[in-house]
Design a protein around this ligand. Structure first.
Ligand code: 5AD
Ligand code: FES
Length: 341
């Protein structure tokens, strides 16, 4: 019985591939699954929610992933790059609201060289906050340089552990290299976040089960995952499907197997369901990553359509999310929000 499997996972934090598949295929036990993940979150991490302010500083990308609106072949998007100083200023404003953790994300953009990134990282680190990078695949030497400049954490989603699927969706990229990047980041002492897309065309339940086992095996410190949302400006525009609940199921299972890691309620979830982040926070998540980019750039970082908060200001989002977190009896953490060991 799948209920028994959920109970077992809640106690032992282990499931086999066959067991994961069995739960993923059964929608009659969803609310039991979500409640179990919520209990595990509470037992290991308490009621604190960590906020990370995310700066989407460049939407230029040299890659061509079929699912992503930032892909280099997309000519329907206006590209932008923030100057190093602007990035530091955005972080500074976020820290003045109360953020203790800043995430710097961009497409794979070679414009930002080592010196510029060092300047940005050092200046933000000096504000006494945790710095997370999400810049894609780089060399070991580059990761080492950022680390020495003060970066604490790195996010790089594996996207899918299904090599064939990866090869078909990420032309010119090597699955082996992505895994090697994750290993390099671990070796360099970063807290490492990864994750997957849920509902990709031709993605099987089996491969999603493998993704979850991969997260467990690599002992990721953070797992950010979300529903695939078809983007009109990409070759996958015809594959529109509502992957919201499936992504919540996958997230809940990740919480059962990795009880003490950080799991964000992701923006893509809220883009498909107006209560998406609250549902996620009540199904295993303990982190929210509000956008702290300002102005038109919020719209232009158009990975997928329907992205929330494109017309809000960072301050509005900060107040909004604090209200939502309070409304479900949770509290905003005042700490840096490292993985609790
Ligand atoms: N829908 C949802 N998420 C997407 N991402 C890329 N394209 C899409 C899409 N169409 C995710 C990838 C990437 C992250 C920054 O955005 O998982 O790692
Ligand atoms: Fe942006 Fe609610 S978090 S408006």
């Amino acid at each position: 019985m799948n209920i028994d499997l959920i109970n077992k996972a809640e106690l032992k934090h282990n499931l086999t591939k066959a067991e994961l598949i069995s739960i993923l295929q059964d929608n009659s036990i969803n609310s039991e699954l979500f409640k179990a993940a919520d209990r595990v979150r509470k037992k290991y991490l308490g009621d604190e929610v960590h906020l990370r302010g995310i700066i989407e500083f460049s939407n230029n990308c040299k890659r061509d992933c079929l699912y992503c609106g930032l892909r280099v072949s997309n000519k329907n998007i206006k590209r932008y790059r923030l100057k190093a100083e602007e990035i530091v200023n955005l972080a500074n404003r976020a820290v003045s609201y109360g953020y203790r953790s800043i995430v710097l994300q961009s497409g794979e953009d070679e414009y930002y060289n080592l010196d510029m990134l060092k300047y940005i990282i050092k200046n933000i680190k000096s504000m006494g906050v945790a710095v997370t990078l999400s810049l894609g695949e780089k060399s070991f030497a580059e990761y080492k340089y950022y680390r020495e400049a003060g970066a604490d954490r790195y996010l790089l989603r594996i996207e899918t552990t299904d090599r064939e699927l990866y090869d078909s969706l990420d032309p010119g990229m090597l699955h082996e290299n992505r895994k090697m990047c994750l290993e390099s980041l671990k070796k360099l002492g970063y807290e490492v976040g990864t994750g997957n897309l849920v509902g990709l065309p031709n993605q099987t339940i089996e491969s999603i089960a493998e993704d979850i086992l991969f997260f467990k095996k690599m002992d990721a410190d953070m797992i950010g995952l979300g529903p695939f949302i078809a983007n009109e400006d990409t070759p996958l525009k015809k594959f529109s499907k509502d992957n919201f609940w499936m992504s919540i199921k996958v997230m809940s299972l990740v919480r059962l197997l990795l009880p003490n890691i950080n799991i964000p309620a992701t923006t893509a979830m809220e883009s498909l369901n107006k209560n998406g982040r609250i549902i996620a926070l009540q199904s295993g998540a303990n982190v929210v990553m509000p956008n702290i980019t300002e102005g038109e750039y919020r719209k232009l970082y158009a990975i997928y359509p329907g992205k929330i908060c494109v017309n809000e200001t960072p301050n509005q989002c900060f107040n909004c999310i604090i209200g939502k977190i309070g409304s479900i009896g949770r509290v905003v953490s005042k700490g840096l929000g490292s993985r609790r060991k």
